[in-house]
Design a protein around this ligand. Structure first.
Ligand code: UD1
Length: 419
C-alpha cells in the first residue's frame, strides 16, 4: 500500500498536459473486440483502470499491451466470452464488454462488476437495453449470463440517461440486424468519442451528443486503425480546482473548454480569472475565494458528479456557505469525514452537503476511499497549512496518471511513499 506525503501551502504555476480520457479509453478498449484488425489507441493514460481493462482483454484471448505511450490491441485470436470474477471486480467498466462479446460470440458471461463504491450502481438499464435487442439474460451465482444467436435492432428508451448503458447498447447494436434507436441517451462527450471511433471502424452511428442515438447495424468486416481519444475533462477539472484552491496560475493544455463549461462557470463565480485559447485553459487566482451558493451534479452538460468531491473541498476554504447536492450516486460523500479531519466544516444530510467555509485546511492523516474523493483529499492537503498524509492512493491511481509528477512540476510538495 502507498501514500502521498504532502507539505501544503505552495502556489501552483506552470503548464500541465492533460491525459487522454479514462472514460473514453475504457469503452473504446471494449469496442476493439469487435474487429480482427489491429487497433492502436494513442497516448493511452497510464492508470490502473486502463491497465486492468488491458488484462481483461488478455484473458479473452486478445493480444493487448502498452507500446510506449499507446495501447495496441489485436483481437483476431479472441476465443473466450467470459470475464473472470477477479478481474470484473477490479473494474466496473468490465461491464462494457457485454455488448461487444455478445456481438462477437453470440454470448457473454461476466461477474457483477466492481469499481468505485459510490452507491448502488445497478446495471439494470444495460441489461434491459440488451434484452430489447433480443439477448436472453440469466443471473446465476453472481454472474450475468447472456445468450443471443442474432441481435435485432429495436427502439430503446432509457429510464435515465446512463452513460454506461448508452455505450453498452451502442456496442452491441453495431452488429444487430437493422436499426437501433436509443432514446433518453446520455449526452456526455465521451459518447460522441465512442461514436467517432465506431464510425472509424466502419460502423454507422449518428446522434451521439444528443438525446437520441441511431445505430444502423452491419455484418461487414470492421476495420482497426489508429485512434486518438479525447482529453480527460475530469483530470483537467481536478488540476484547475487545485490551482483555484492553492492560488497561482496554471495552463491546462490539450482540453476543450466547452466540455467543462459548467465547472469554469462556477470557478469564475469563485473569483478565479479564466481565459481560454485554442486547446488551453488558463486559470489565475490571486484574490480571496468567494463561495458559490449551490452546486448540483447533473448528467452532462450539467455539473459532473466526478468533480463534486474536488469542488466540495474548494467550498471548504471559500468565504461563506455553499450547498453541494449529489443527484447521481447515493454514497458519494464518503470523503467528507476525512476532509473534516483537516478542519472542514461540513454537514451531510441525504443528497446535500452543507459547507461552511473557513480560511484554511490544516494538515492531517486521511484515507482515500474512492477515486474522486481521494483526489479531493489530495487537493485539500495541497492547500493546507502543514504536513498531510493521504493513505490508500490505489484509488487515485485508478484515474490519475503521473499525478504527483504533474503536481510537482507545478510547484507542489508531494511525494509517494510506501506505508
Ligand atoms: C460513468 C462514468 C463515471 C461517472 C458516471 C456519471 C465511465 C467509465 N464512468 O459511470 O465516471 O461518474 O458515468 O457521469 O464512463 N443507473 C441505473 N441503472 C443502470 C445504470 C445506471 O440505475 O443500469 C443509475 C446509476 O445508479 C446512477 C445513474 O444511473 O445513479 C448514472 O449512472 P451512469 O451514467 O450509468 O454511470 P456509469 O456509466 O457507471
Amino acid at each position: 500500500m502507498e501514500k502521498y506525503i504532502i507539505n501544503g501551502g505552495n502556489k501552483l504555476y506552470g503548464g500541465v498536459k492533460i491525459q487522454t480520457a479514462k472514460n473514453s479509453v475504457l469503452p473504446i478498449l471494449a469496442a476493439a473486440v469487435l474487429t480482427d484488425e489491429k487497433v492502436r489507441i494513442k497516448n493511452a493514460p497510464c492508470i490502473s483502470d486502463v491497465k486492468n481493462m488491458v488484462r481483461i482483454l488478455g484473458s479473452l484471448g486478445c493480444r493487448a499491451a502498452y507500446e510506449g505511450d499507446d495501447i495496441v490491441i489485436d483481437s483476431s485470436a479472441a476465443d473466450c466470452h467470459e470475464v473472470p470474477r477477479t478481474l470484473a471486480h477490479e473494474l466496473r467498466s468490465s461491464v462494457f464488454l457485454l455488448g461487444p462479446l455478445i456481438a462477437r460470440f453470440g454470448r457473454a458471461k461476466i461477474a457483477y462488476p466492481g469499481g468505485c463504491d459510490i452507491g448502488l450502481r445497478p446495471v439494470d438499464l444495460h441489461l434491459n437495453g440488451l434484452k430489447r435487442l433480443g439477448v436472453k439474460i440469466r443471473e446465476s451465482n453472481g454472474y450475468i449470463l447472456c445468450e443471443c444467436p442474432g441481435l435485432r435492432g429495436n427502439e430503446i428508451m432509457l429510464d435515465c440517461p446512463s452513460v454506461g448503458a448508452t455505450e453498452n447498447i451502442m456496442l452491441a447494436a453495431v452488429r444487430a440486424e437493422g436499426e437501433t434507436v436509443i432514446k433518453n441517451a446520455a449526452r456526455e462527450p465521451e459518447i460522441e468519442d465512442l461514436q467517432k471511433f465506431l464510425n472509424s471502424m466502419g460502423c454507422k452511428v449518428r446522434g451521439a451528443g444528443s438525446g437520441t442515438i441511431a445505430v444502423q447495424g452491419t455484418a461487414a468486416k470492421l476495420r482497426g486503425g489508429d485512434y486518438q481519444p479525447m482529453a480527460d475533462r475530469i483530470e483537467a477539472g481536478t488540476f484547475l480546482i487545485a490551482a483555484a484552491m492553492c492560488g497561482g496560475e496554471i495552463v491546462a493544455e490539450g482540453i476543450s473548454s466547452e466540455n467543462i463549461s459548467s465547472l469554469l462557470h462556477k470557478l469564475r463565480e469563485n473569483g478565479c480569472k479564466i481565459h481560454t485559447k485554442n486547446d488551453k485553459i488558463i486559470l489565475k487566482r490571486d484574490g480571496p475565494l468567494i463561495s458559490v451558493k449551490s452546486i448540483e451534479t447533473q448528467p452532462y452538460p450539467g455539473f459532473p458528479t466526478d468533480l463534486q468531491a474536488q469542488m466540495t473541498a474548494l467550498c471548504c476554504i471559500c468565504r461563506g456557505q455553499s450547498i453541494v447536492t449529489e443527484n447521481l450516486f447515493e454514497t458519494r460523500f464518503k470523503y467528507v469525514p476525512e476532509l473534516c479531519k483537516m478542519g472542514a466544516d461540513i454537514t451531510v444530510a441525504g443528497r446535500n452537503a452543507f459547507v461552511r467555509g473557513r480560511e484554511k485546511f490544516n494538515g492531517a492523516t486521511v484515507v482515500a476511499c474512492d477515486l474522486r474523493g481521494g483526489a479531493a483529499l489530495v487537493l485539500a492537503a495541497l492547500a493546507a497549512e502543514g504536513r498531510s498524509e493521504v493513505l490508500d492512493i490505489s484509488h487515485t491511481d485508478r484515474g490519475y496518471g503521473m499525478f504527483e509528477y504533474k503536481l510537482r512540476s507545478l510547484g507542489a510538495d508531494i511525494v509517494r511513499a510506501a506505508v
